[in-house]
Write a protein that binds this ligand. Structure first.
Ligand code: THG
Length: 368
């Protein structure tokens, strides 16, 4: 792609916030769920530093929702995930691994219980709309499955609580982690959850109806000027520090939830109607697993990768899936898949990077 542009097309969808994102000076986009997702404003490093000290508004409308509504809604959603969703409270969001009948990862969305018979699946970048429609048709389920006109806007950073209090009131700030409240602003309904793809704290506002996107954006910016509110986006440096996994790089359809560290969301005793239940029962003891890593040498740019990891005999024992220099921790930090033989903290490996072989250490924990 070096030197070439991506041609705009009607298939690469704009969001209700795109005009504001462009006015804020977005420098790079990616395409996620067939929609624009901002990647850089000032620079990834400056965006990172600002995210850790102030508050940012993120156009994450590309986290598209699949709505499942009707008498069989719970049944359909439970078919896709080994996390027991019958235990969800009415105002709760669940991070859920979604798996196929082989127990392999299809997506890792946030599920939002909107009502007893109504769920939103706030998706990572795979076409779960079609998968869910296929299940509904194939099993003859009494549900509707569609993509609603709902667009998440994240407010992230240490000053997010202050900004949300000013715009929506103190009551919304009382929302617990992965809980939500519904508010109405000038006749527009919004779900506001305490969630978001960073560990700096904050909220996600699920805007219902595209026409209010610019007005919502402007409300937040007008209220947050003295908080140094800026446009931001999911930040590769911060999310690797936090150990937030990215579907398509750290997680793929080849992985079980256990391999990607999501075993804690597999309720195999109760979620027996998950289509992957039997396969997961048989694969609870992975022989490779995701790990935080540090990589020696000069600063690496933020990157999604497949750099082979080798042992001292030169044999492959896994790969690096994401890496970056961390200005905060002053080392190269990474996420990778490592064989059981080498996954203990302190193990020393070699990464075959494009700029040469580098020494790697398996870490105990993520950074943040
Ligand atoms: N928010 C919403 N939709 C999303 C994302 C999001 N869709 C795409 C993508 N992100 C899905 N993947 C994730 C990955 C991690 C988390 C959320 C969505 C996450 N994890 C918490 C953590 O690891 O600290 C744990 C949450 C929990 O245990 O309950 O937040 O970000 N709407």
């Amino acid at each position: 792609m070096a030197g070439a542009y991506l041609t705009p097309s009607i298939r690469i969808r704009r969001t209700p916030f795109s005009s504001r994102v462009e006015r804020a000076g977005v420098k790079a986009y990616t395409v996620y769920n067939h929609m624009l997702l901002p990647q850089v404003f000032e620079s990834i490093e400056e965006d990172y530093a600002h995210l850790k000290r102030a508050v940012q508004v993120w156009d994450v409308a590309a986290q598209r929702q699949v709505e499942v509504v009707g008498p069989d809604a719970l049944r359909l959603v439970q078919m896709t995930t080994p996390r027991d969703i019958t235990s969800m409270a009415d105002d709760q969001c669940f991070y859920v691994p979604m798996v196929d009948d082989r127990g392999r990862m299809l997506n890792d969305p946030v599920a939002i219980k909107r009502d007893r018979d109504r769920y939103w699946l706030s998706l990572a970048d795979t076409d779960m709309l079609y998968y869910c429609k296929g299940l509904a048709a194939g099993f003859g389920l009494d549900v509707e499955v569609f993509e609603p006109d709902v667009s998440p806007l994240a407010v992230q950073g240490p000053k997010a609580d202050q900004l949300i209090a000013r715009v929506f009131g103190e009551a919304v700030v009382a929302t617990g982690f992965f809980r939500y409240q519904t508010v109405s602003v000038q006749g527009h309904e919004m779900v506001i959850a305490r969630s978001g793809w960073s560990h700096q704290g904050g909220f996600e506002i699920y805007l219902d109806g595209s026409d209010y996107g610019e007005a919502l954006w402007d409300l937040l910016f007008d209220a947050g000027r003295d908080l140094d509110v800026r446009a931001g986006c999911p930040n590769t440096i911060e999310r690797i520090e936090a150990g937030l996994l990215s579907f398509g790089s750290d997680i793929t359809i080849e992985h079980t939830p256990f391999e990607v560290g999501l075993g804690k969301y597999c309720d195999l005793d109760t979620a027996t109607s998950c289509l992957g239940h039997q396969a997961l029962l048989e694969n609870q003891e992975p022989v490779r697993q995701i790990r935080p890593l540090t990589i020696a040498g000069d600063a690496l740019p933020p990157i999604d990768c497949r750099w082979s990891l080798t042992n001292s005999d030169g044999e492959s024992v896994g790969y690096v899936s994401s890496a970056t220099w961390s200005p905060g921790f002053a080392e190269n930090i990474a996420i990778g898949m490592v064989s059981q033989t080498h996954w203990n903290a302190g193990a020393i490996l070699k990464a075959q990077t494009p700029t040469g072989v580098r020494s790697v250490v398996v870490r105990e924990k993520y950074w943040n």
